[in-house]
Design a protein around this ligand. Structure first.
Ligand SMILES: CC(C)(COP(=O)(O)OP(=O)(O)OC[C@H]1O[C@@H](n2cnc3c(N)ncnc32)[C@H](O)[C@@H]1OP(=O)(O)O)[C@@H](O)C(=O)NCCC(=O)NCCS
Length: 153
C-alpha cells in the first residue's frame, strides 16, 4: 500500500483515535490521546492513504523506548503499513537516544507477535493476566525487546 508516514501529535488526536477504534475495544478517545501527548517523551506516527489508516504511539524515557500502541485499519492490513510504522518509530527512538525498545503483546495475538518477531523483537518475559478483556477474561502478555544498537544500520 502506498501510505504516507508522518510524525504527528495532539493536533491529529482525532485521527489517532479513529484508527485505534478500528482495532481495539474499548479504544482510546481523542481526549485520551491528547493526554498521552502531554507525557514526557511521547511521539506518534500516522499512516495516511490518503485518510488515516495506521497509527502508532511510543514513549522514549532515558535509554528505553516503549511501544504504547499500534493499529492498522482492517481494510489496510497485510500491506506493510505496520512494518513501516515500527521501522520508522525505532529509527526515531534511536535518534532520540534509546538503545532498546520494549512492548507487550497478548499471547492470543499471533499477528502482532509475528510482526514484531519479523522486525527483530525477541520474547524476554511473560506477564500473567496483564490484559483484562471485556467480560473480565484475563490474558497474559509477552514482553518483547529489541536492541536498537544491533538492529539498526
Ligand atoms: C498487528 C497489526 C498492527 C499488523 O498490521 P499490518 O499493517 O497488517 O501488518 P503488516 O502488513 O505490516 O505485516 C507485517 C508482518 O506482520 C505479520 N502479520 C501481520 N498480520 C498478520 C496476520 N494476520 N497473521 C499472521 N502474521 C501477520 C506478518 O509477518 C507480516 O509480514 P508478511 O505480510 O510479509 O507475512 C494489525 O493486524 C492490527 O492493527 N491489529 C489489531 C491491533 C493490534 O493487535 N495491535 C498490536 C497490539 S500489541
Amino acid at each position: 500500500m502506498s501510505a504516507t508516514l508522518s510524525f504527528a501529535g495532539a493536533e491529529r488526536a482525532a485521527d489517532f483515535a479513529a484508527v485505534h477504534a478500528t482495532a481495539f475495544t474499548p479504544s482510546w478517545s481523542a481526549r485520551d490521546i491528547v493526554e498521552l501527548f502531554d507525557g514526557v517523551g511521547v511521539f506518534g506516527l500516522l499512516a495516511d492513504a490518503p485518510g488515516p489508516v495506521g497509527m502508532m504511539l511510543c514513549r522514549v524515557v532515558a535509554d528505553d523506548c516503549e511501544v504504547l500502541t499500534i493499529a492498522v485499519d482492517p481494510q489496510a492490513r497485510r500491506q506493510g503499513v505496520a512494518h513501516a510504522l515500527v521501522q520508522a518509530a525505532l529509527l526515531a527512538a534511536a535518534q532520540a537516544g534509546a538503545t532498546a525498545a520494549f512492548l507487550e503483546v497478548a499471547v492470543d495475538n499471533p499477528a502482532a507477535e509475528a510482526l514484531y518477531a519479523g522486525l527483530g523483537f525477541r520474547r524476554i518475559a511473560t506477564r500473567r493476566g496483564y490484559y483484562s478483556r471485556p467480560g473480565g477474561q484475563e490474558v497474559d502478555a509477552l514482553v518483547m525487546r529489541i536492541d536498537l544498537n544491533a538492529a539498526l544500520p
